[in-house]
Design a protein around this ligand. Structure first.
Ligand SMILES: Cc1cc2nc3c(=O)[nH]c(=O)nc-3n(C[C@H](O)[C@H](O)[C@H](O)COP(=O)(O)O)c2cc1C
Length: 183
């Protein structure tokens, strides 16, 4: 067995599959937009922080800078069409929520609503931002977290019930198998 070499810019796909979220943000009139995002990671438990790498070209980036909050909505495996819709069109040109069957729910702490059909919805306030190459690292402070009823075992997903949508790259998706690989 040997290695093949791939271009440095292609390394991103080799860190995937990763869960897919729709990041929801609002404009000054309270109108919502969503964008698909897979470049997400926790960065701290106390305070609870997460990071999402967002290109400054995205309308979402502009909205988060204005409103200083957003929600992270983790999708399940039935939502490939939504991941593609929210990941291929810009809210500058179309109302993606009108084109989708997703339902927005008012959030508790932040202006940005969350998605009723999501597996998990996380309300975040903008905590910090760092330059990180061609994407900006947006750090969100986790204010509220909601998980669909019946999909957790202790604090982790019961993967026989929670089918997290995972992005492989290049328009391909997958999900988990029905068992955990335990110690
Ligand atoms: C599955 C998937 C994951 C994506 N992940 C990211 C991401 O993490 N960061 C990013 O800036 N763009 C990501 N994109 C691209 C944006 O979702 C896409 O450019 C979107 O149209 C931007 O919408 P907006 O202009 O309304 O904000 C992803 C696209 C797909 C399909």
């Amino acid at each position: 067995m040997g290695f093949i070499e791939v271009k440095p810019r292609s390394f991103v796909y080799l860190l995937q599959p990763k869960p897919v979220a729709i990041i929801v943000s609002v404009d000054v009139n309270g109108k919502s937009n969503g964008m698909s995002a897979a470049w997400l990671t926790p960065t701290s438990r106390d305070p609870p922080l997460l990071a999402v790498a967002i290109s400054p070209k995205r309308y979402t980036y502009e909205l988060i800078k204005q409103s200083r909050d957003f929600t992270v909505n983790i999708l399940d495996s039935s939502m490939v069409d939504e991941a593609e819709l929210f990941g291929s069109l810009s809210g500058r040109d179309v109302d993606k929520f009108k084109k989708s069957k997703l339902t927005l729910v008012k959030s508790n702490v932040v202006k940005s609503p969350h998605i009723a059909e999501a597996l998990t919805a996380i309300e975040c306030t903008l905590y910090n931002e760092y330059s990180a190459g061609d994407h900006q690292l947006i750090i969100g402070r986790v204010e509220k977290v909601y998980v669909r009823e019946g999909v957790l075992e202790e604090d982790v997903y019961d993967i026989s019930k929670a089918k997290v949508l995972l992005y492989l790259g290049g328009g391909s998706y997958t999900t988990t198998i029905d068992r955990t690989l335990t110690r």
